[in-house]
Ligand binder design. Structure first.
Ligand SMILES: [Zn+2]
Ligand SMILES: [Zn+2]
Length: 314
């Protein structure tokens, strides 16, 4: 399960915190108004995901940096083309003569236009960009979950992220007369690796893994999406539908009210009704509209939420 929380004030620039169950670290998406992020939450963050570097999504990277200096750990930053230089530029805006060389290490994973990922390290004292040779199969992964991405059009690339928890497998020994033992893990591993003919020994008997699969129960992993600024057009909606179909929870940009849809089109943004429609098309269980224009007052924001909810649940 992913627990997620909006860490920005309503009507302010967006920032989300994601806490996976049974995992020691947090994940931050977007560095807008980070006023509700605690020092501890920043320090305990393993990776930061940024959709694009318009100022409302990147301004408070500095707050996170401020709290992370001294944690003596690697922190991953993922973002669109240009992010590596932009992270470096932000850091180099300050004087750093009093910190140790191991105060922090940023690993930046830059998503190029062709979807390739270029990794670099940035660390004290020089904060130079050092290219890494590693090749990633996936933008981010650990033993609990992976993070996939899709680039959307916002007159610049806006990266949408999908956090996907791995499915877990349990055994139901009541369905057989066997006792537990080392074979249980061997069977689970064979199932996960799709090695159906693996020989599983239970006491003196040998079985093919696939003949024991009926003892397994698969628990589907949780899924959480973060879709930020994007034009509400066909290409973006097709890309969103492909990646976020049947997702459990999705945060989606709904920058404008329906009556301001011309402005949304001009600025390559989405608006209440279109964000709701694409979420409905994706069959998302829990769709949460976020990131509203700062020109709106409390009542306008209420109207966006109402328009979104009515369209989504209709
Ligand atoms: Zn933007
Ligand atoms: Zn924005």
């Amino acid at each position: 399960m992913f627990t997620s929380e909006i860490k920005s004030k309503r009507g302010e620039d967006i920032c989300l915190l994601i806490k996976p169950d049974n995992y020691s670290y947090n994940f931050i998406c977007e560095c807008g108004d980070a006023s509700e992020l605690t020092v501890k939450e920043c320090q305990n963050t393993e990776a930061v995901f940024i959709s694009h570097t318009h100022i409302d999504h990147f301004a408070n990277f500095d707050t996170i940096l401020r709290h992370q200096i001294g944690i003596q750990r690697r922190v991953i930053i993922c973002g669109p083309a240009g992010i590596t230089k932009q992270v470096q530029s932000k850091i180099q805006a300050y004087q750093w003569n009093l910190i140790s060389d191991d105060a922090i290490l940023y690993e930046v994973r830059e998503i190029k236009e062709d979807n390739s990922i270029v990794c670099s390290e940035i660390k004290p004292a020089s904060w130079e960009i050092t290219p890494l040779t590693k090749e990633l199969d996936c933008l981010y992964s650990n033993d609990k979950f992976t993070v996939e991405f899709v680039q959307l059009d916002h007159k610049t690339s806006s990266v949408a992220y999908l956090f996907k928890e791995r499915d877990t497998v349990k055994i139901d020994l009541n369905k057989s007369d066997f006792k537990g033992g080392a074979w249980v893990n061997e069977l689970k591993n064979a199932f996960m690796a799709k090695q159906d003919d693996t020989v599983i020994k239970i006491d003196a008997n040998e079985f093919k893994a696939k003949d024991l699969y009926h003892l397994l129960e698969i628990k589907k992993g949780d899924s959480l999406g973060v879709i930020m600024d994007h034009a509400a057009h066909q290409d973006n909606h097709a890309a969103i539908t492909k990646v976020f179909e049947n997702c459990n929870t999705v945060y989606i940009e709904s920058f404008y009210k329906a009556e301001d849809k011309e402005q949304a089109q001009q600025n390559f943004h989405s608006y209440s009704l279109e964000s709701a429609r694409v979420m409905k098309k994706c069959n998302v269980q829990n769709a949460i509209p976020v990131h509203f224009s700062r020109k709106y007052n409390e009542d306008d924001v209420e109207m966006i939420l109402e328009e979104f909810t009515n369209e989504f649940s209709n």
